[in-house]
Design a binder for this molecule. Structure first.
Ligand code: PMP
Length: 367
């Protein structure tokens, strides 16, 4: 099997599964004061240090959540800013967090239009929170967060960044980024599904996302997902190793794109005029629907996504490609291939063997 869908969810290393099993066996409630409780609490605080360390934050800035969807909603709904500005290429969990959010347009590569952001901020920056992702889950395109933070700070706007696709693929330093809020998801870096974190720059800038027993410094009530959090911590520990592989991953991704272009001169690689994550390729093969490509590749044992995994299953034109000005017909032929540290040359061969057959078929029908 060839797994090329790391942006949907990354495989879990044995060490992470082991850390989860060990945590699952801890019977204490992390809020209990006895020895069992203290052991559970220690496992959570260890994981908090690991997660903070992986993204250049301090442990006390980390609030564990059920994933990035919750972290995104919490940041945008609980920060006390009535005006929400989101880039048009955000994940659905950001786009839909606040129904009245205004959309910041992007250029043909999917990079945020800073002039449009400046205009939107001029209408009331001090009342606003801006949400711009670090890197796009469908195309891998990296956003100019430095410029976003600079513009926002001129007007007193807060900045939230969905950094889910970053850790292990590009350097992520919360402090250097200068954003107020940053969202993470464990399962994109080899941790379990259903756990994530919101990182906060300053205490007191956020209202509780969920009231309850005062957990997570009162910001997110509910007995902590100890097993999941322990897995998240173990996965965060592997972030530097992932980053060390980024050059090798990029060489494989570039080889794949070169061979795709050679095999189908009309194929389109989206976002290739911008800085991109090293692991992501979003490719259209005109005339073959994404659904047909995903199915043919699946039959050959190769796993990829049609656009974003969250919207596949119900194949509709990707809002990301649409915002980039891609025609619906071409967007409907786009697949996302996303690699990881375990990807090898044999995986690229498997992909090319199956995808090359599809491309050959289109050449024959055109002839
Ligand atoms: N943001 C981005 C950029 C994502 O890729 C995803 C996962 N598809 C999410 C948010 C949602 O994360 P989670 O699955 O942890 O809710």
């Amino acid at each position: 099997m060839t797994y090329l869908d790391y942006n949907a969810s990354a495989p879990m290393p044995e060490a992470v599964a082991g850390a989860m099993m060990a945590a699952a066996r801890l019977c204490g409630n992390p809020s209990s004061v006895h020895a069992y409780g203290r052991k559970a609490r220690a496992a959570i605080e260890d994981a908090r240090r690991e997660v903070a360390g992986a993204v250049g934050a301090r442990p006390e800035q980390v609030v564990f959540t059920s994933g990035a969807t919750e972290a995104n909603a919490m940041a945008l709904r609980c920060c006390g800013r009535p005006r929400v500005l989101v880039s048009a290429v955000e994940h659905e969990s950001v786009l839909n967090a606040v129904g009245t959010a205004a959309r910041i347009s992007v250029d043909g590569n999917g990079v945020i239009d800073l002039g449009h952001l400046r205009d939107l901020l001029a209408e009331g920056g001090g009342q606003s929170v801006v949400s711009v992702m670090l890197a796009n889950n469908e195309t891998g395109v990296i956003q100019p967060l430095d410029a976003v933070v600079a513009l926002a700070s001129e007007t007193g706007a807060l900045v939230h960044c969905d950094a889910v696709q970053g850790p292990g693929r590009m350097p992520v330093d919360f402090t250097a980024l200068g954003v107020d809020f940053l969202s993470l998801s464990a399962h994109k870096l080899g941790g379990p599904k259903g756990v994530g974190a919101l990182i906060l720059r300053l205490e007191g800038t956020l209202d509780a996302g969920m009231r309850g027993g005062g957990q997570e410094r009162g910001l997110r009530g509910g007995t902590e997902n100890l097993t999941g959090i322990a897995g998240f911590g173990a996965a965060a520990r592997a972030v530097p190793a992932g980053l060390a592989q980024a050059g090798a991953v990029e060489r494989l991704r570039n080889e794949l794109e070169t061979r795709v272009r050679a095999g189908a001169p009309d194929a389109v690689v989206f976002g290739d005029g911008a800085h991109r994550l090293p692991n992501t390729a979003c490719i259209a093969l005109p005339g073959v629907s994404a659904e047909a490509q995903v199915m043919a590749l699946d039959l050959a044992g190769v796993a990829v996504s049609a656009g974003s995994a969250c919207s596949s299953g119900k194949i509709k034109a990707s809002h990301v490609l649409r915002a980039m000005g891609v025609a619906d017909g071409l967007a409907a032929c786009a697949i996302r291939v996303s690699l990881g540290p375990e990807t090898g040359a044999a995986d690229i061969e498997s992909f090319m063997a199956a995808w090359g057959k599809l491309a050959a078929r289109t050449r024959q029908s055109a002839a």
